[in-house]
Design a protein around this ligand. Structure first.
Ligand SMILES: Cc1cc2nc3c(=O)[nH]c(=O)nc-3n(C[C@H](O)[C@H](O)[C@H](O)COP(=O)(O)OP(=O)(O)OC[C@H]3O[C@@H](n4cnc5c(N)ncnc54)[C@H](O)[C@@H]3O)c2cc1C
Length: 618
């Protein structure tokens, strides 16, 4: 795999003579190897017609547009606001670096002053990607689906087509599993597939930190499981990841670059182009989009329908900018009301509460000193520590009923090597107040930091997404709703106590692990480890676990076939459509929604005996 790409890229540097420039050449070639064969930026004339326009080339949009193009007859325009992903997004070990900066929308969300008080201004950071592949080009690649229980709830809200047995084939459709342990186990394999386009791989090697965490959880009585997606048993284990041959896999790599454009003659992938409005006629029928590119404005027509896949915050924003949303709010923003529906009103997210431990003995797999050599290994043949992710977690239940079939909490440990510059990420990603980052940063200069994110998987709090103004350039105003329903504190004391108990396990005692005290004024008077103490910590440091969904949800705004209720030729397929949270990460459920959306569009085209436009590529 390496040789042909290296060959293609080497052309510019073959006269290199001395050792230094040979080394530079090596890195240039390696850098080139990481490049994906993204399609050319198409030149599309103003007022061009397409059968279908998909807005947003993220986890959902890239898949939908590509599947439609596979049909052969459909002319599809995929409009993405951002550029192609940078090479570094392909490197699994760099999963954390694109949480801020030019490839993100830099969304922030507010709270009601009740929670997240240890964050600067109470503001939560909500990094969402602005590039082909969307957040799938920069997320942590953890592959989970949620539990059957979650989809029973979806079915209660959106109908039986969203129940577990009905959605499982759609999860499997995209998946190409390569994990050897699961492949050998027929019980686990009943839930997996090896035939899809996106690679889902297991952890390649055991690592000191993950082994230690697994042993510690096991000592506390939690079982170790081989497959964290298996709905029949939960406990502690390594996650599956969307990694293929040492590189990130995403719907953009699997469906746009790797699919090859010889089979995608009628798919046009337009980047660096922002949709600013959906065009709607007097019969409430969508017929195209307005696009802004390099300060010019374009209109493109969709003869069959417009599909919105702009993500959980931008999809509701675009609907509202186009006059679809809550009447009072639209009027307040000076926008003519086209259709009144509760867009933006049922946002759900999960809260994470971080607990930090430090230790006397180093545990992290990749100490800073070894990183350079690992980087060279990676650039040479995409092997070594940079080529995989060893993230793991614990699913647990705080419900003591013996018939519990799904977890209600997760704990995600991460090891930060000594002197890793924790202070910067603490400010730019988590947005903790300066004094907290100074304290944690000072510890990290001397020692490793072991962080444990404690996440309630089935919260009931709701937030909302509104417009900040009627200017498409402004980010939406996001209220996360963290702990707005006090029932969401339930279970936190027990789950947090589990992390505190880790320091008493044999393996953690051996490294001298201890909890770092946040020293929060609100909690200092409370008895450490009492329920109220833990709730106080959760209230102060709780922030988004980056699992938002439901801002344009089925049941509230969308039909079970993902169409905007009361509108024609307008569909939504992305995280916004999720009617309730799932117990785990959300990209696989979003991709499942996208697979379903494709089927619905295809069925609707057939039912309408739709005459495809005849498009001749110039
Ligand atoms: C920090 C972080 C880590 C995560 N880690 C994981 C993980 O490990 N595993 C997991 O399963 N999930 C993870 N997630 C969640 C998951 O990646 C997202 O939920 C999922 O990618 C959302 O897919 P989407 O299609 O709804 O939106 P996105 O992938 O965000 O795609 C939306 C796309 O639309 C584009 N767009 C927006 N507005 C416009 C417009 N007006 N015009 C044109 N284009 C537009 C955007 O640029 C973007 O490319 C993580 C999320 C975050 C924030």
């Amino acid at each position: 795999m390496v040789a042909p790409l290296a060959h293609v890229c080497a052309a510019g540097g073959s006269t290199v003579a001395n050792a230094v420039s040979a080394a530079l050449h090596f890195f240039a070639v390696a850098q080139c190897m990481m490049r994906e064969p993204w399609p050319e930026q198409p030149k599309i004339m103003n007022e061009s017609h397409f059968d279908i326009i998909v807005v947003g080339g993220g986890s959902a949009g890239s898949l939908i547009a590509s599947r439609l193009a596979e049909l052969g007859d459909v002319t599809v325009l995929l409009v993405e606001a951002g550029p192609d992903p940078p090479s570094e997004s392909m490197v699994p070990a760099y999963k954390d670096i694109l949480k801020s900066g030019p490839y993100t929308w830099n969304f922030t969300s507010s709270t009601d002053g009740n929670s997240s008080k240890a964050l600067e201004g109470g503001v939560q950071h909500q990094p969402r990607s602005r590039m082909l592949g969307g957040r799938g080009s920069a997320n942590e690649m953890v592959y989970t689906r949620g539990f059957p229980h979650d989809f029973h709830t979806w079915a209660d809200i959106a109908g039986p087509t969203w129940d577990w047995n009905a959605v499982l084939p759609y999860f499997k459709k995209t998946q190409r599993l390569t994990d050897t342990t699961i492949l050998k186990n027929p019980v686990l394999m009943a839930y997996h597939s090896v035939e899809g386009e996106m690679t889902v791989s297991g952890s390649k090697q055991t690592t000191k930190d993950v082994d230690t965490f697994l042993n510690a959880f096991n000592e506390l009585g939690f079982p170790i499981v081989d497959d964290m997606t298996y709905p029949g048993r939960f406990g502690a284990g390594r996650f599956l990841h969307t990694i293929r041959d040492g590189r990130r896999d995403s719907t953009a790599t699997a469906f746009i670059s790797r699919a090859g454009f010889e089979n995608r003659g009628k798919l046009f992938v337009l980047r660096n182009s922002v949709v600013t409005q959906i065009l709607i006629d007097s019969n409430k029928t969508a017929y195209g989009v307005k696009v802004s590119r390099e300060d010019e404005s374009f209109i493109y027509y969709a003869d069959f329908e417009v599909v919105l896949s702009a993500g959980v915050f931008n999809t509701p924003k675009l609907l509202m900018l186009s006059g679809i949303g809550p009447r009072n709010h639209l009027e307040e923003m000076g926008i003519d009301v086209v259709h009144e529906v509760p867009v933006g009103e049922s946002l759900h997210d999960q809260a994470m509460v971080l607990i930090f431990l430090t230790a006397d003995v180093d545990l992290c797999t990749l100490p800073k000193a070894e990183q350079h050599i690992e980087m060279i290994k990676y650039m040479y043949n995409q092997s070594g520590a940079f080529s995989s992710s060893d993230s793991m977690g614990l699913y647990m239940s705080t419900d003591k009923n013996s018939d519990v079939t799904a977890p209600d909490f997760a704990i995600y440990p991460v090891c930060t090597p000594k002197n890793f510059g924790f202070r910067n990420g603490c400010r730019s990603i988590i947005n903790f107040q300066k004094h907290i980052c100074d304290k944690l940063g000072a510890i990290n200069e001397e020692k490793e930091l072991l962080s444990f994110a404690v996440v309630k998987l089935n919260p009931v709090s709701k937030g909302n997404v509104k417009l900040a103004s009627n200017d498409p350039k402004d980010n939406p105003s996001i209220y996360s709703g963290t702990f707005s329903d006090p029932r969401d504190y339930e279970g936190y004391p027990e789950a947090m106590r589990t992390v505190y108990s880790l320091v008493n396990t044999t393996v953690m005692k051996q490294i001298g692990a201890r909890v770092v005290d946040y020293d929060l004024p609100d909690c200092n008077g409370l008895k450490v480890e009492d329920d109220n103490y833990f709730k106080c910590i959760a209230q102060n440091v709780g922030t988004s676990a980056w699992r938002a969904g439901g801002s344009v949800s089925m049941g509230a705004v969308l039909t079970p076939r993902l169409k905007v209720e009361g509108m024609q030729k307008l569909r939504v397929a992305d995280a916004s459509a999720m009617p309730a949270t799932v117990r785990g990460n959300v990209e696989a459920p979003v991709i499942m929604i996208a697979e379903r959306a494709f089927d619905y569009i295809n069925e609707d085209m057939k039912a309408a005996s739709y005459d495809f436009m005849v498009y001749a590529r110039a």
